[in-house]
Design a protein around this ligand. Structure first.
Ligand code: HEM
Length: 539
């Protein structure tokens, strides 16, 4: 009896004390959480990686706040091998053949919810944010002709206008003399150039960044603030889903915004409406990307999404390629001088240099390839693909159950600095490696291996970037045109540029001094003379 009584008393006190109830509830939650974590750890226990990454995403979270997450991923690959666990369900893959296999047109891997960060205008989707394989294939089929220049216009016309405006701006405001220095921020201006020339190629309009020399609609300022947030969200997919709901949806750009990419969206919408109205009045079709999309009978909603996404994915990346090439040149005087003399010695170059001429300058092409290798423009993005439901085996060794997220970009920096492929000096910027590889008497094998890795900068197979040709043409024309006209030097050698990886590279304060070179440029086939101001204004 006394025992029964004391047990009943103990039971009562357990239930009656609120503190005790809270204690038991918290303990139960803790046990459930621990059990879940152990279950998640066990799913991929056989994948190498830091032990903490098997239980929590804290490692990834911490790296998201650092400036160079790509180098942290490389360290993991160097230490653990080509398949590494970086979070409980997230894998880095750094094997070229496996990356090509899982992205091939027949692969049943699909885009993960990570791509929802590319859905700039919910509920509508663009090619980047679409996940359904069949819907994507159909959309890509329709938009590819536009990216390949089948709108009719030569993309070069648009690029020439962008180049002319940049030169006109330099001549007007940024030419330094021994008596006076006029610093120019190459980080900012390369982005202005990328946006302006995309405006020309996408819908034959100038966006006016270079002409006004301002961050119109505060696009870049907003981008700079938004990208780190998006980057953080993109690594925590469950958060990304909430981005579609109030109040987080307010962070996303919206058609009609006065600033940020929403302003470009609004501008694109009005241009599309105007173009459709003109065509209805039998106006002569233009030859730009928009026209190519219209020719493929894209719905007006799809037109708006596909035209606008180009500015999100095409401007940061192209600007990054241009500015990182300049950074590499200005910090390697020998490479800089070799390239300048190749340009000086090339006979009868047009002005601006045509895409064909640019492709015929071997050292320039080697410099651009090396710049892509050394600073891949999207090396800080994960671009997860989901393992199909039946699971998959990577590198003949590692079984991944269905639903595991495999990053097809996180392994890129490790691959592009792999000494077995790029040589013992893979950690150095050295364009000659591409020229030397071409000379080897190995039937082109080494060059093929190097190029196979490098091409992964643009994704592959069914996910490959359709803007690759535009980006390479854009950089291939503007870089030599600026180098033949001006001498550039870095103003702050200790920290030439402020850089932070957040999917793309956020760069600012790349201050340089620009001086006119004593070279004579004859008016070439494209009509850009030494004084290009008149042409820029006409354009
Ligand atoms: C150096 C410049 C560029 C680089 C390195 C680059 C790289 C990439 C990468 C890695 C992807 C993602 C592949 C994946 O999902 O796995 C991508 C997708 C895409 N890029 Fe680019 N890009 C560049 C320039 C451009 C330009 C200039 C445009 C447009 C004018 C563009 C348009 C797109 C589009 C629409 C997609 C989505 C493709 C799809 O989902 O099938 N990109 N790009």
């Amino acid at each position: 009896m006394p025992l029964q009584e004391s047990l009943a008393h103990w039971g009562e006190s357990l239930i009656n004390s609120p503190r005790t109830i809270i204690f038991y509830l918290l303990s139960a939650l803790f046990l459930i959480n621990t059990a879940q974590r152990i279950r998640r750890w066990y799913r991929l226990w056989h994948i190498p990686g830091p032990w903490i990454c098997g239980f929590t995403s804290l490692w990834l979270l911490r790296k998201c706040f650092g400036p160079r997450i790509d180098l942290s991923w490389k360290e993991l690959v160097d230490k653990y091998g080509p398949v590494v666990r970086m979070a409980p369900n997230e894998i880095i893959l750094a094997d070229v053949d496996e990356l090509l296999r899982i992205q091939s047109p027949r692969s049943v891997y699909r885009k993960d919810d990570w791509y929802l960060i590319g859905q700039i205008n919910p509920p509508f989707h663009n090619l980047l944010s679409m996940q359904d394989k069949d819907v994507r294939r159909e959309r890509k089929r329709k938009i590819t002709p536009g990216y390949n220049g089948r709108g009719g216009d030569d993309f070069e016309q648009g690029l020439n206008k962008g180049i002319a405006r940049w030169i006109e701006l330099i001549e007007r405001k940024y030419l330094s003399t021994p008596a006076e220095g006029k610093p120019l921020d190459l980080a900012l201006h390369s982005h202005y150039y990328a946006l302006d020339s995309l405006g020309e190629m996408a819908y034959s309009r100038q966006l006016g960044f270079l002409e006004s020399d301002t961050d119109k609609h505060r696009i870049l300022e907003t981008n700079e603030k938004l990208m780190p947030v998006m980057f953080l969200f993109s690594n925590f997919i469950w958060l990304t889903k909430y981005l579609r709901y109030w109040p987080l949806v307010l962070l996303l750009p919206r058609d009609g915004d006065k600033s940020g990419f929403g302003a470009i969206m609004g501008f694109s919408s009005s241009i599309i409406d105007q173009r459709l109205a003109e065509l209805a009045q039998q106006a002569k079709p233009k030859g730009d990307i928009l026209q190519a999309f219209i020719n493929e009978k894209l719905h007006p909603d799809a037109l708006r999404e596909e035209v606008t996404i180009q500015f999100f994915v095409g401007s940061d990346t192209t600007a990054s390629l241009i500015r990182m090439t300049f950074l590499a040149l200005l910090t390697n005087p020998r490479v800089y001088m070799t390239l300048q003399s190749e340009i000086n010695n090339a006979a009868n170059l047009s002005s601006p240099i045509t895409a064909t001429e640019s492709r015929q300058l071997p050292y320039l092409q080697a410099v651009i390839r090396e710049s892509l290798r050394f600073y891949p423009p999207v090396a800080a993005g994960v671009f997860y693909k989901d393992v199909p439901a039946e699971g998959d085996v990577l590198c003949d060794k590692y079984f991944l159950p269905g639903g595991t997220k495999v990053s097809t970009i996180a392994g890129l920096t490790a691959l592009l600095r792999d000494k077995r492929v790029f040589g013992e000096d893979a950690e150095c910027f050295w364009p000659e490696r591409w020229i030397e590889a071409e000379k080897l008497l190995d039937g082109g094998e080494k060059l093929r291996l190097m190029t196979k890795s490098l091409d992964l900068c643009f994704g592959a197979g069914q996910f490959a970037c359709p803007g690759k040709g535009i980006a390479l043409m854009s950089a291939g024309k503007v870089i030599p045109e600026l180098l033949r006209r001006y001498n550039f030097s870095i103003l702050n050698p200790a920290e030439p540029m402020k850089l932070r990886g957040a999917v793309a590279w956020l760069a600012h304060d790349f201050w340089v001094r620009v001086e006119k070179r004593p070279v004579h440029i004859t008016t070439g086939t494209n009509g850009l003379s030494e004084s290009s101001g008149a042409m820029a204004r006409e354009a």
